[in-house]
Design a protein around this ligand. Structure first.
Ligand SMILES: Nc1ncnc2c1ncn2[C@@H]1O[C@H](COP(=O)(O)OP(=O)(O)OP(=O)(O)O)[C@@H](O)[C@H]1O
Length: 509
């Protein structure tokens, strides 16, 4: 934070209201952010954070209220207008074109022609990246860059457009611990250089260490505008939820049952036909959680897909419950075995966005009793099922007829979980199951999975969040370039050892 800028308000919102039909997503929101500071926006899933930021970036028009930039009232009626006003949004799902270079991505849409002065543009981008210590090769193809570097490109893109207010929506959710550290250093430096930053995150420790001030939303309303100095994670969590919450997990001792999953010398290719899983073997028992830790893109997705039957296997064998299922299709696996699969990408693989919550909840079982009787869908049973799941998983929606496309990200994830944990699966493949969930929902999902383990489910828990893998697992496998480079008992594992292994710190066993 710059000392001379502390009291200069850069952004002020007064009474912002946004309705979707009769639902009030933002209810009379007022807040202000000083120039050169980092301001956190917190709230449970569905509290209205993204809606408010979409208003600031010109995607939605408010139904009431006024936005001021440097005390001047502004009308942000399009994304272009937001950019003209110096507002840069860095989305969680990057908006970059993977086939293009860093420079091409940055200048895309600015009116500058690609083939004109490319070298000059590259030079300009190198200079910009040096000013803000955002190290990146302007000639690199974006698709070849790690996620953390792609994010830098997004930030550079906003800075190139002369953004002075940067909005980051859950920027650390997809980053490795070391990438988080470097992002935090970058944001501090940007603020010191006078940029104003809005930071949305569900990670409260991170918010307290990085941000200066914080606004907490609950059900569309501001419940607190405060400083992070005056707050603890517990206090922030309680303000978000409106009651006392327990963030501690209760994990009982394991009692291993029979072997559920056996994977032998597995090899799987990615979408481009490149080896993604090179040679993986392991076994998983009933009542056990095997955590898979690793930096994104080391074969986790292909491993999960292959076990769920969504991707064919190049070589090796997968046995479930003693049967060789390597060549079974997913329908047969679902029908004959109980598998719950929580995929990484809920929007494309986990849900049909145009369907209601109720129908998404029966996607896997709709051909079966009790939802179908004499070839007729049992509407009442389906609605009743939705009501129960909405309650049980605390899905924030008025009823089961709401389309999932209208739910907040975290609530969409709860719908996937509610469906996949239904009917007591014997194997659960959980990939980033808490990504995008608020603190309360994260604890609830983890507790749910632990109770599934206690009743005898075998769980493959794949996550890039090291602390989460440590908290949940009985054994931890570290995946690196398509191989398990070590499998450690929980007792043997420390954050340091796993962190080192994740970075490829040892040769394969
Ligand atoms: N286009 C829309 N139509 C109807 N309702 C919507 C629409 N967009 C958002 N909502 C509703 O507005 C509320 C706020 O959603 P929003 O996405 O702003 O929450 P959020 O705080 O960003 O949540 P999360 O942490 O889960 O991302 C939610 O209840 C959501 O269902």
């Amino acid at each position: 934070m710059r000392e001379d800028s502390i009291d200069m308000t850069y952004l002020r919102l007064e009474g912002i209201t946004k309705r979707f039909g009769s639902f009030v997503a933002n209810d009379n929101i007022s807040l202000s952010v000083a120039a050169g500071t980092i301001h956190a926006l917190l709230g449970e899933n569905g509290a209205g954070k993204s809606t408010l930021m979409n208003i600031l970036s010109g995607l939605y028009q408010p139904d009431g209220g006024q936005i001021y930039l440097e005390d001047k009232p502004v009308l942000i009626n399009s994304s272009n207008k937001a950019i003209q006003l110096g507002i840069g949004m860095i989305h969680q799902h990057f908006m970059l074109v993977p086939q293009l270079t860093v420079t091409e991505n940055i200048i895309l849409g600015t009116g500058d022609r690609f083939n004109l002065n490319l070298r000059h543009k590259q030079q300009e981008i190198t200079e910009l990246s040096q000013i803000y210590s955002l190290e990146v090769d302007p000639k690199a193809k974006v698709g070849d860059l790690p996620v953390g570097v792609q994010q830098r490109v997004e930030i550079l893109k906003a800075l190139y457009r002369q953004a002075r207010l940067l909005i980051l929506d859950e920027p650390t959710a997809v980053l490795t611990p070391s990438e988080v550290e470097s992002l935090i250093a970058i944001l501090r430096q940007l603020a010191a250089a006078g940029q104003t930053i809005i930071f949305i995150s569900h990670k409260l420790e991170e918010v307290i260490s990085l941000c200066d001030t914080v606004t907490i939303l609950r059900r569309g309303q501001v419940v607190a505008n405060t400083t992070t100095k005056a707050s603890s994670p517990q206090q922030l969590a309680e303000l978000m939820v409106g009651r006392e919450i327990v963030l501690q997990l209760h994990k009982s001792a394991t009692s291993l049952g029979k072997k559920i999953l056996s994977v032998q010398s597995l090899q799987v290719e990615d979408d481009r036909g490149v080896a993604a899983i090179r040679n993986i073997s392991f076994q998983l028992h009933a009542g056990e959680i095997l955590g898979v830790a690793g930096v994104d893109g080391n074969g986790q997705r292909e491993l999960a897909d292959a076990i769920a039957g969504l991707r064919s296997v190049k070589a090796g064998k997968i046995c479930l419950d003693g049967r060789d299922v390597t060549l079974w299709n997913p329908q047969k696996r679902v029908r004959e075995l109980q598998i719950g699969y929580i995929p990484e990408d809920r929007q494309t693989m986990g849900l049909i966005m145009g369907f209601s919550i109720a129908n998404n909840l029966i996607l896997k079982t709709f051909i079966q009793l009790p939802f179908v009787r004499r070839f007729l869908l049992q509407k009442q049973v389906i609605e009743q099922n939705a009501e129960t799941k909405i309650q049980q998983f605390d899905i924030r929606a008025s009823d089961g007829n709401v389309k999932v496309s209208q739910l907040s990200g975290g609530n969409q994830q709860k719908v996937v979980l509610a469906r996949e944990l239904d009917r007591e699966p014997s194997l659960i493949i959980a990939m980033q199951p808490t990504r995008g969930l608020d603190v309360g929902a994260t604890a609830a999902v983890q507790q749910q999975l632990l109770s599934q383990r206690d009743r005898g489910a075998a769980i493959l828990y794949i996550s890039t969040e090291l602390e989460e893998v440590m908290a949940m697992s009985d054994r931890i496998a570290v995946i690196y370039r398509g191989e398990f480079i070590d499998v450690l008992d929980r007792e043997r594992a420390t954050i340091e050892t796993i962190g080192l292994l994740m970075a490829g710190g040892r040769t394969p066993i």
